[in-house]
Design a binder for this molecule. Structure first.
Ligand SMILES: Nc1nc2c(ncn2[C@@H]2O[C@H](COP(=O)(O)OP(=O)(O)OP(=O)(O)O)[C@@H](O)[C@H]2O)c(=O)[nH]1
Ligand SMILES: [Mg+2]
Length: 319
């Protein structure tokens, strides 16, 4: 008999059903909502429901950004953070922002492997997204994925980003609070001190505190942060030895509550929302421009500026 291998039938769900399942924290609802958004099937209606739902929701997720140079131990740290939080019956969503291009589609294999031992667990979710949109700029889906996870009642949503560049700094703006992870031997991390990221983050996590050079690095950092107004605190941990993790979670919880109680959380989320409006506008217009440039007529004798301005005016832009 042909087609003897029976494939599991894919559940057909309406948008209403996807939404209902999502807000109950159901895994199928969550996976389906994310893929609908990624395929832009649900960009307006499902997302509108999600944003309206989250705005009314009393229990907000703690959206925590973890950034830092390559190899400082971000993924190891996230894995032990998740493990500790899961033991406390918390729901944890992890979004890894992959700096590779959407064309090469690198999948942050390292993260998947590091979290592997914690699966299957319906309280844990992991997904990676390419940081760049198809037409440049930050991938707006990442922001919306965080909102989808919030609707699914995750207590903590951890966003891992690599880096130093502007994109990464922008991504930092999408979290409630952000920790910069560094490791002994500063090296690359001097770049962070120079780039001003240190003034943007809420906390510096000094990882690999088990290494003998750790105290020297903390000394250098302390003298540096003293020169910075509103400088971030430094918390020492060793992710691989699982030391200082509880203290780090306590620090994050306290800081988040402080932001909430002082109204700064609302302010940060307003900034985030505005940023995402801009993000989508750049993405949508960028796509239209990309299509136009690819298909457009080539007229080497006409100035590109003239074509650009006349086309934008044709599209109704007041430029
Ligand atoms: N000694 C020591 N090594 C650690 C610690 N945490 C992580 N490492 C090691 O550091 C290396 C890099 O760890 P990752 O967690 O992959 O670092 P990452 O920052 O996620 O790296 P990228 O994803 O490449 O940016 C691995 O070999 C880890 O085992 C620690 O607390 N102490
Ligand atoms: Mg990593």
């Amino acid at each position: 008999m042909r087609n003897k291998v029976s494939k599991k039938k894919r559940l057909v769900l309406t948008e209403e059903e996807v939404f209902r399942r999502l807000i109950k924290g159901d895994e199928v609802g969550l996976a389906r909502a994310l893929s609908m958004i990624y395929r832009e099937e649900a960009s307006s209606s499902l997302l509108s429901r999600i944003y309206a739902y989250n705005a009314e929701k009393k229990e907000k997720a703690k959206i925590i950004g973890i950034t830092g140079a390559g190899g400082v131990g971000k993924s190891t740290l996230i894995s032990v953070l998740a493990e500790t939080l899961l033991k406390e019956d918390k729901r944890v969503g992890v979004i890894a922002v992959d700096p590779s291009s959407p064309k090469t589609g690198g999948a942050l294999l390292g993260d998947r492997i590091r979290l592997q031992h914690l699966f299957p667990n319906s309280n844990l979710f992991f997904r990676s997204f390419s940081s760049r949109g198809m037409v440049g700029g930050i991938n707006p889906f990442i922001f919306d994925a965080v909102s989808v996870l919030e609707a699914a009642s995750f207590d903590y949503i951890i966003v891992e980003t690599l880096g130093i560049g502007q994109d990464e700094i922008d991504i930092v703006h999408m979290c409630d609070l952000t920790a910069l992870v560094i490791a002994p031997g500063l090296g690359d991390d001097v770049q962070f001190l120079k780039s001003g990221v240190i003034e943007l983050v809420d906390l510096i996590v000094m990882n690999k505190a088990d290494l003998p050079t750790a105290s020297k690095t903390v000394g250098i950092l302390n003298s540096y942060t003293r020169m910075v107004e509103n400088h971030p605190d430094i918390v020492k941990v060793s992710a691989s030895k699982k030391q200082g993790i509880r203290e780090l979670i306590a620090y994050i919880d306290n800081k988040w509550c402080e932001l909430k109680n002082t109204g700064q959380l609302v302010e940060r989320r307003t900034t985030r929302w505005k940023f995402q409006v801009g993000n989508w506008m750049r993405y949508i217009v960028g796509k239209k421009i990309h299509g136009f440039v690819e298909r457009g007529e080539v007229k080497p004798k006409t100035s590109p500026y003239e074509i650009a301005i006349s086309t934008l005016r044709e599209w109704g832009c007041e430029v």
